[in-house]
Design a protein around this ligand. Structure first.
Ligand SMILES: *Cc1c(COP(=O)(O)O)cnc(C)c1O
Length: 230
């Protein structure tokens, strides 16, 4: 088995253990392999080990890889999405995790409508209110939800967050709890169910699963450390 295959098997095992610890069905959590900065042949090794969902954060980098790799791959866009890149992103990606404003959501809805697509999307929440990051503020998402829910070409799957990074995975737990509770509040207050919680990365995916993640985004633990941060 390739090194990537071994890493994937180890991560799937750790995911199953986190599910067992927290009394969750292992089928309720999906692994997104984050392949930014990874070359297509290496992504193909992951495909050969059974991995079917991959995440990329830059459209220009991803596009040639999408063209070269098997059509059955489900591609998730996880990076900052510029409004002028929406059309290209919709051509290559089935899922967008980084809907960070109503304005962007409206743009994606309009272009998806033109292309007769219904992408699955996550609403990115800026949990800590960090100036350096985009995302909906937890306080305002409730007010924006009716407008978001009315966008007919979007299938709003749930919430996504990239909380402030901590070295200790346990220090991330309160952020994951907060995203889950926000989802529960929104689902109770509106008629949007928001089943999906996209949270947890290489350093903390087990804690995220214990707190309700339905999808974890794991890059370096599968493919090794990236030389360029992105
Ligand atoms: C790069 C990235 C990841 C994966 O990070 P790792 O620490 O390598 O697992 C997850 N989510 C987003 C949004 C990313 O940009």
């Amino acid at each position: 088995m390739s090194l990537v295959g071994e890493n994937l098997a180890a991560i799937r095992g750790r995911m199953a253990q986190a599910c067992a610890r927290s009394g969750r069905d292992p089928g309720s959590v999906r692994l997104l392999a984050v392949s930014k900065s990874v070359a297509a042949p290496v992504i193909h090794e992951a495909w050969e080990s059974g991995q079917r969902e991959f995440g990329e954060s830059r459209q220009q980098e991803a596009s040639p890889k999408v063209a070269e790799l098997p059509d059955a791959i489900r591609w998730h866009f996880i990076g900052k999405l510029q409004r002028n890149k929406v059309r290209k992103v919709l051509a290559d990606f089935q899922v967008i995790h980084s809907i960070d404003s109503l304005r962007l959501a409206e743009q994606v809805d309009r272009v998806a409508g033109e292309l007769e697509l219904r992408p699955e999307v996550y609403l990115e929440v800026n949990l800590a209110g960090e100036q350096s990051k985009g995302g909906f503020r937890s306080e305002s998402l409730g007010c924006e939800m009716p407008a978001l829910a009315s966008l007919e070409s979007l299938r709003i799957e749930g919430l996504m967050a990239i909380p402030p990074d901590e070295d200790d995975p346990e220090a991330m737990r309160p952020w994951f709890v907060r995203l889950r509770e926000l989802r529960d509040e929104l689902a109770a207050a509106t008629d949007v169910s928001l089943p999906g919680l996209s949270m947890g990365m290489s350093g903390d995916f087990e804690v995220a699963i214990e707190e309700g993640a339905t999808l974890v985004r794991v890059g370096s633990a599968i493919f090794g450390e990236r030389s360029v941060v992105g």
